[in-house]
Ligand binder design. Sequence first.
Ligand SMILES: Cc1cc2nc3c(=O)[nH]c(=O)nc-3n(C[C@H](O)[C@H](O)[C@H](O)COP(=O)(O)O)c2cc1C
Length: 187
Amino acid sequence: MKILIFSASPNTDGLTAACAAAAINGITAVGGEAEEIRLNDLDIGACEACNHGWGTCQNDHVCEVLDDFQALHDRTHQADAFVFVTPVYWGDLSESMKAFTDRLRRCEATRGEKSGLTKKPIIMVAAAGGSGNGMITCLASQERWIDHLHARKWDFIPVNRWNRPYKLQTIRASASAMASEIMGAES
Ligand SMILES: Cc1cc2nc3c(=O)[nH]c(=O)nc-3n(C[C@H](O)[C@H](O)[C@H](O)COP(=O)(O)O)c2cc1C
């Protein structure tokens, strides 16, 4: 059982990092395996909308823009569940999360029900460390993304500077419950 935590902030000690740490803590507390992948440490550029719109993503379900995306794409097939933690930028995903999720959607949504994420549970976390505005619009766009990939909506958790203490506990509890369910299904 493996749960991947994708975090998408340039800061290693901010709100996003605290949310990712809470998720890892919740998963490992119940005996699950968790690994954080910091998208800002990788070379994953924006989708280039190859060939006037669709590249190899459309029929071959792989991205032809070669960088760190390919290895990470493969790893999503091996993982059992996911936690996505993005800082809220302009009421939306951060650029690194947008680049990764846009490209993953093109490769996997085009497989329909055979998407590599079909039925896999996902926790979406939006960390709005500034005004606190935009948490919901950010999570709404992530909900549509989950629909496109036929994944399972385990939880959506908005976090700001004021609710941070109890929302970190919520993330931990949600991640524990998700990991426990997967491990129960395995045994
Ligand atoms: C370009 C940019 C846009 C931002 N837009 C928002 C926003 O719409 N709402 C908000 O609450 N915070 C906004 N922020 C603040 C970030 O959400 C905040 O810095 C967040 O905590 C970043 O996570 P970190 O602490 O892990 O860096 C923005 C920050 C940046 C850099």
